[in-house]
Ligand binder design. Structure first.
Ligand code: RB5
Length: 156
């Protein structure tokens, strides 16, 4: 069982609802930050909430859906501690876990159908981080993040 925060804009809302139902069925714990209708909204508002929930360990993982997954991933990656990957196939979804220890998955609701998205989410949830040589590389990602957060904190 994995705890997962979900977020979507109007372009990802329908797919997010399908993912939510599937995750519940599989016994995962789901925290849905919306949106809850097809009315136009701004994707950064939802990406930030999901990314922050992951960053403070309120949930283990986050899944975001917009039109392409790109805006969601760009926004989520601004939150320290988040490694968001925009994936549109099984290989990148698996690699984002095995090599990058991605803790947020961003999907494009305008890029794929429900079945493909469910396969990607299943693979992404079930794949573990490989560790080993990849741990040092992920540590280097965190070091880059720290350099910039420290610099921002010390700026007058
Ligand atoms: C909304 O039209 C669209 O820009 C958004 O869903 C997303 O694709 C942004 O990256």
């Amino acid at each position: 069982m994995t705890s997962v925060a979900l977020g979507a804009d109007h372009a990802g809302w329908e797919l997010k609802e399908a993912l939510k139902a599937w995750l519940f069925d599989q016994g995962h714990q789901v925290l849905d930050f919306g949106t809850h209708s097809p009315d136009p909204v701004d994707y950064p508002d939802y990406a930030a909430q999901v990314a922050e929930a992951v960053a403070v360990a309120k949930v283990e993982r986050g899944i975001l859906v917009c039109g392409t997954g790109i805006g969601m991933a760009i926004t989520a990656n601004k939150v320290p501690g988040v490694r968001a990957a925009a994936c549109s196939d099984l290989y990148t979804a698996r690699m984002s876990r095995e090599h990058n220890d991605a803790n947020v998955l961003a999907l494009g609701g305008r890029l794929m159908g429900r079945e493909m998205a469910l396969e990607i989410v299943k693979a992404w949830i079930e794949t573990g981080f490989a560790g080993g040589r990849h741990s040092g590389r992920v540590d280097k990602i965190s070091a880059v993040e720290r350099r910039h957060t420290d610099r921002a904190a010390s700026d007058p």
